[in-house]
Ligand binder design. Sequence first.
Ligand code: URA
Length: 250
Amino acid sequence: MGHSRIPDLRYLFTLSVTPSTFGPISPQIQVYIDSLEVMKTLIIDHPLVSAKLTTLRDKNTDTPTFRKLVEELVTLLSYEATRHLLVEETEVETPITKTKGFVIAKPKPIVVPILRAGLGMLDGMMRILPGAEVGFLGMVRDETTLQPTTYAERIPGEIKNRQVFVLDPMLATGGTLVAAIKLLIDRGARDVVAICLLAAPEGIKNVENAFGSDVNVTVVCAGLDEKLNEVGYIVPGLGDAGDRLYGTAD
Ligand code: URA
């Protein structure tokens, strides 16, 4: 089998962030992209991301491999997710001379994994942002109503004007992510980047609908799937991310 490029769809959705980079697009996709112009949505189009995501989807991938791949994927996604991280100018002395450089601005950014499955993404994120502060949100969705409830909350006291990265592997209906982002915006977060492994169009749309143009919300994910099934799982998806991370799926 020859090498192939990643399906065009992923390039097309990247268009919602960088409109001039790619070629002509179909009218249907254009309608979808137009509807996303308030909220930046970035589907990371990279061979390493696609290959790792494929192994993650495989029902035969065991828990230790799944966990390791989630970490690696998040590290790759976080490279793009932190593109607009605030920095401050500094001076550095090289062995040759002094020159200008940058450090990550204070106050430090905050990383908030949504328990349980978001916890599996934390180490991958902290690898590239070791100085970040970490908060926790415990949310569970009722499997019948699909509505989220918050059962634990440990967010740093002062988040006003700070950049927040929310970790939640599966953007399915969007209910949990919307509730989490609302809580953070209400506390004064300057902007919120949600890092997900997989998203369903329904979830992206719900997050988009929930926030006005004055709120700076970005979703970064490794793949945009077809749809949700009748019980709110992403199709084709990868199953229950929490169960697969913590061994309850084996
Ligand atoms: N949560 C998951 O873990 N998987 C899905 O497909 C949807 C929600």
